[in-house]
Design a protein around this ligand. Structure first.
Ligand code: NAP
Length: 317
């Protein structure tokens, strides 16, 4: 047996990847789960989860740990590598290149690599990242005890994390570029009811201002009147969406305008043998429930690909 060959390779150990690895290994396929960091993905950036069936309330860290244990329970191997490229080999197999070490090969590949937080792209943002600019409330919120904070964005993440940050901050201003939130009403109501939160609609951040060491405030602009203003804050949390990690495959893969992979109803991308699930996939919503559901389909379909397409090809070959 070629030790570096797997029947199913899963790339990224968030909820989708951990689910796909569990299903593929339980179907008795030799399965690798590639993850360059700690298994958990976006769960590790989420405080409380209240919308995963069976758990009325569970911390992201605990659900991540439970899923990670379960993902390896049926024999999937966790390979601690950051994948740098997935190269279709033309014979239905794929080469998986990693940051350090020799490449691996796999019959089917399931890409569950998630994404990176979108940046505002304004002066001061990157220079002050880690010095008051953050993209993760759970990771960094506790550093801002008693401070005034800003949250930028209008989706579920911005509104939910603004509420989370009030456990540390004295006050949180949510700054959104439009006059209504995209976030679910239940999250908006909770934030609206919180006396520590106020909302600044129709404003954009033009600059993150610092004193050379740390964030001291934001320069803002009203999108209608163009009036400039300043907001004094000790930190700013930016939740303006996610950029999917969909640059790994070295040939063209069909994608939507934001770069998410388009798949068929088997979760197969436009490249045979390459499947996708979770935040890399084009879909209506990006929930844990949809990630694990789509990963289930991807793993079952990848198993069929190995058994019905690759095994006969290899036998004939
Ligand atoms: P999102 O839903 O894409 O929302 C991004 C927000 O950022 C939007 O309000 C958008 O404004 C704003 N935005 C985008 N680019 C901007 C820019 N350059 N400057 C200023 N504002 C900008 O992203 P998300 O909140 O990270 O959520 C991602 C996915 O995870 C969603 O599917 C969400 O449902 C899911 N999620 C779910 C939960 C939960 O269910 N508890 C929690 C977190 C995330 P516009 O509205 O004007 O476009």
């Amino acid at each position: 047996m070629d030790e570096r060959h797997y029947e199913v390779a899963v790339i990224g150990a968030g909820p989708a990847g951990m689910t796909a690895a569990m299903y593929a290994a339980r179907a008795l396929k030799r399965t690798a789960l590639f993850e360059g960091k700690v298994p958990g993905g976006e769960l590790l950036n989420t405080d409380l989860i209240e919308d995963y069936p069976g758990f009325a309330s569970i911390t992201g860290a605990e659900l991540a740990q439970r899923m990670a244990d379960h993902s390896l329970h049926f024999g999937a191997e966790l390979l601690p590598h950051r994948v740098t490229a997935v190269v279709p080999l033309g014979d239905g197999r794929h080469r998986i290149e990693v940051e350090e070490g020799d490449p691996y090969t796999a019959d089917a590949v399931i890409i569950t690599a998630g994404g990176e937080p979108r940046k505002l792209d304004v002066p001061g943002e990157l220079a002050l990242a880690g010095h008051g600019v953050s993209y993760c409330a759970i990771c960094d919120g506790a550093f801002f005890r008693g401070e005034r904070l800003a949250v930028v964005g209008g989706g579920d993440a911005a509104v939910e994390e603004a509420t989370f940050l009030t456990r540390y901050a004295s006050h949180v201003t949510v700054i959104h570029r439009r006059d209504q939130f995209r976030a679910q009403p239940v999250l908006v109501e909770r934030a609206r009811a919180n006396p520590k939160i106020d909302v600044l609609f129709d404003h954009v951040v033009e600059e993150v201002v610092g004193d050379g060491q740390r964030v001291t405030g934001l320069r803002l602009r009203d999108v209608h009147t163009q009036a400039a203003s300043e907001l004094a804050v000790g930190g700013v949390f930016i939740f303006i969406g996610f950029l999917p990690n969909t640059q790994l495959v070295t040939v063209h893969v069909d994608h939507d305008a934001q770069g998410h992979y388009r798949t068929d109803d088997m979760m197969q991308t436009s490249v045979p043998g390459i499947f996708a699930a979770g935040d890399v996939r084009s879909q209506l919503t990006r929930q844990i429930t949809t990630a694990v559901g789509d990963a289930t389909t991807a793993a079952v379909a990848a198993t069929k690909y190995v058994e019905e397409e690759q095994a006969p090809r290899a036998a004939a070959g």
